[in-house]
Design a protein around this ligand. Structure first.
Ligand SMILES: [Zn+2]
Length: 274
């Protein structure tokens, strides 16, 4: 939160913010597969450095899984799908202990699954569903894009203060109080949901190219729905993720295209997990 300052100091802050912004490589890049244009204010190198820093912190905290089969399948599936991407990252695939039904990816292709999410999967194609989704977050540079929107929101906050500097402090306060939630609800959260949908779409393509049947994605997300439906979730407009039912509907619509890719692919093994 930025405190209320006198006009002069604000102007100085604004100049600093602009200078700061000009230090960034303002690049318009294109997301693979979907072709969406994106504005990214940091270089890919900076993005990878941020990812690596966060990754090293996580490695200190989390315990590796004791389930050898999980570790083997996650690595095999990960390596197979990574070959289908356009990026030459230093991919790493981990399984951590814990019941949490989760997996994540940091910029640069550092991917982690928890035992909990593998516990609800039947086979490698379902591992591939989540793996391909996480890999898509990395290749689409969603991390870099998210950092960029955070920077823009801060620059915007300073600009709002500049514009308001001659106004009554009570009005300044009211406008600023309105700014933050508006940006959060109107810009940042829908942005995260857009990333989720994009990762689902790209993920289906990646898994199909790698020879995993994309119909398993539906079976996985239905299992995910069953496993998590009793959990309390924030209302849709306040959530960073689409609901699981929305995901299932999106995936159904994308399935015909993914199946065509799968039919032309070299089929991957699809070992049972249990
Ligand atoms: Zn995601």
């Amino acid at each position: 939160m930025i405190s209320f300052l006198k006009g002069k100091r604000l102007f100085k802050e604004f100049v600093i913010a602009l200078t700061f912004l000009s230090l960034f490589v303002i690049s318009c890049s294109t997301v693979p597969i979907t072709g969406r244009s994106q504005l990214i204010l940091i270089s890919e190198f900076q993005e990878l450095q941020l990812g690596l820093q966060a990754y090293n912190q996580v490695l200190e905290k989390e315990e590796p899984s004791k389930n050898k089969r999980y570790v083997e399948y996650v690595n095999d599936v990960g390596n197979r799908i990574a070959l289908q991407t356009e990026k030459n990252y230093q991919w790493e695939f981990n399984v951590f202990q814990g019941d949490v039904i989760n997996a994540w990816c940091l910029p640069g292709g550092k991917i982690a699954f928890y035992d909990g999410i593998l516990n609800i999967m039947d086979n490698e194609a379902q591992v591939a569903t989540v793996m391909a989704h996480e890999i898509a977050h990395a290749t689409a540079r969603h991390g870099g894009e998210r950092v960029s929107i955070g920077i823009l929101a801060q620059v915007g906050a300073v600009a709002v203060q500049i514009a308001m500097r001659d106004k009554d402090p009570a009005i300044q306060y009211a406008v600023f109080q309105a700014y933050l939630p508006t940006v959060l609800v109107g810009v940042i959260l829908p942005f995260s949901r857009k990333h989720e949908n994009e990762a689902d779409r790209m993920g289906l393509t990646y898994m199909a190219r790698a020879g995993y049947n994309p119909e398993e994605a539906l079976i996985f997300w239905e299992a995910m729905y069953e496993a998590t439906k009793s959990k309390k979730r924030p209302p849709v407009w306040l959530s960073t993720h689409p609901t699981t039912l929305q995901r299932i509907e999106n995936i159904k619509a994308l399935l015909p295209e993914a199946l065509e890719i799968y039919n032309d692919s070299d089929k991957a093994p699809n070992r049972k997990i249990r």
